[in-house]
Write a protein that binds this ligand. Structure first.
Ligand code: CAA
Length: 376
């Protein structure tokens, strides 16, 4: 396994890091106040970052998957909100069309998604179908040259902002996973109703909404793959999606480690820096070790994906470990900061709030263990 990055990948890291510091950091307060970062997404599009792993023939930057993961990692160090918006847009909002779409669907949607003109979203979860995704109830009934969809979805990242939604619905509930179909739904489709905005613990600049489909007519031409292939499409794209979320968690954890280390060197108590005191020094050593281990798992999974190899188990391992690391390291970072860490004067309380959901979305930690143990 190659543990070094190519020159091109290092250039990507530097470009994203510079962009995040210059353009995203000054906008963090706006996002914390609930402002959606439209302008930042426009600039990400200009830099080719809204379609990093998408083929050039469909308007993407045609870079390898590892470069995409580097971008999510570096963006999330500054803003986990931007990290999740980009991850959902690319891994599960655009890639299902790239991998499973017809040539016509690819030509129609992918260049706009890859350039950032369109934003993507992924609609699998329902009020009573979360971890058990196959129990979804949204119905799709064929009616002439269209399907009529009725049902509702929850926790839709980018919902209300997205231009294209990948929607999962069952054409025959008796068939279980084999009855699920995937559809490309455009935002202005009559019957697509944007519901409540969730008020979340963290990721305040990212929108998370409920959706209702009320006799929503979707052209049959927008069926992705074939009827019955929807569950496979969801799962296959979540494999890569989970590496993106793992990279987001890694970015949060690394940011918290760096903040805690800098603060511990600066803060003096009992006549010396707290970093020179074993209670804090050992804490930082443990945090750094976990971050390093998470990094190896994330880039190992990314490397497998880049080279076209199977990565389902490794993606789940990376997500399980990196997200737990993010929660643990951000918790400890607050402890290092003491009372200051509990205030909004320092960023560690934001890292802590942003970290928790990484253990929940794109498959909870318990679901990652199911996936890993099935492979065993
Ligand atoms: N790739 C391709 N096909 C796959 C697959 C994969 N990774 N995983 C499963 N499949 C196929 C199986 O091969 C099987 O097909 P066959 O019957 O032909 O063999 C079929 O799918 C059903 O598989 P399972 O029997 O394993 O299905 P299950 O009902 O037991 O569910 C599960 C498996 C892993 C628990 C799945 O339900 C799951 O991942 N749940 C979590 C849901 C989730 O991650 N939701 C995330 C929502 S998106 C999100 O969060 C975005 C965001 O906002 C950030």
């Amino acid at each position: 396994m190659n543990l070094t990055f190519t020159e091109e990948q290092e250039m990507m890291r530097k470009m994203v890091r510079d962009f995040a510091e210059a353009e995203i950091a000054p906008f963090i307060e706006n996002m914390e106040n609930g402002e959606f970062p439209r302008e930042i997404l426009r600039k990400l599009g200009e830099l080719g970052l809204m379609g990093i792993p998408i083929p050039e023939s469909y308007g993407g930057s045609a870079m390898d998957f590892t470069s995409y993961i580097i971008a999510i990692h570096e963006l999330s160090k500054v803003s986990a909100t931007i990290g999740v918006i980009l991850s959902v847009h690319t891994s599960v909002g655009t890639n299902p069309i790239v991998y499973f779409g017809s040539e016509e669907q690819k030509q129609k949607y992918v260049p706009k998604l890859a350039s950032g003109e369109y934003l993507g979203a992924f609609c699998l979860t329902e009020p009573s179908a979360g971890s058990d995704a196959a129990s979804l109830k949204t119905r799709a009934v064929r009616d002439g040259d269209a399907y009529v969809l009725n049902g509702s979805k929850v926790f839709i990242t980018n919902g209300g902002e997205a231009d294209v939604y990948i929607v999962f619905a069952t054409t025959d509930p008796k068939l279980g996973t084999k009855g699920i179909a995937a559809f490309i739904v455009e935002k202005n489709t009559p019957g697509l109703l944007i519901g409540k905005d969730e008020k979340k613990m963290g990721l305040h600049g990212s929108r998370t909404v409920q959706l209702t489909f009320d006799n929503m007519r979707v052209p049959a031409a927008n069926l992705l793959g074939k009827e019955g292939e929807g569950f496979k499409i969801a799962m296959a794209n979540l494999d890569a999606g989970r590496i993106g979320i793992a990279a987001q968690a890694l970015g949060i954890a690394e940011a918290a480690l760096e903040a805690a280390t800098a603060y511990a060197k600066d803060r003096r108590q009992f006549g010396k820096s707290i970093a020179a005191q074993q209670g804090i020094a050992f804490k930082l050593a443990d945090m750094a070790t976990s971050v390093e281990a998470a990094k190896l798992l994330v880039y190992r999974a990314a490397n497998l994906r880049s080279s076209g190899r199977k990565c389902g188990m490794e993606a789940s391992m990376a997500k399980l470990f990196a997200t737990r690391t993010a929660v643990e390291v951000t918790t400890e970072a607050i402890q290092v900061f003491g009372g200051y860490g509990y205030t909004k004067e320092y960023p560690v309380e934001r890292y802590f709030r942003d970290a928790k959901v990484t253990e929940i979305y794109e498959g909870t930690s318990e679901i990652q263990r199911i996936v890993i143990s099935k492979h065993l």
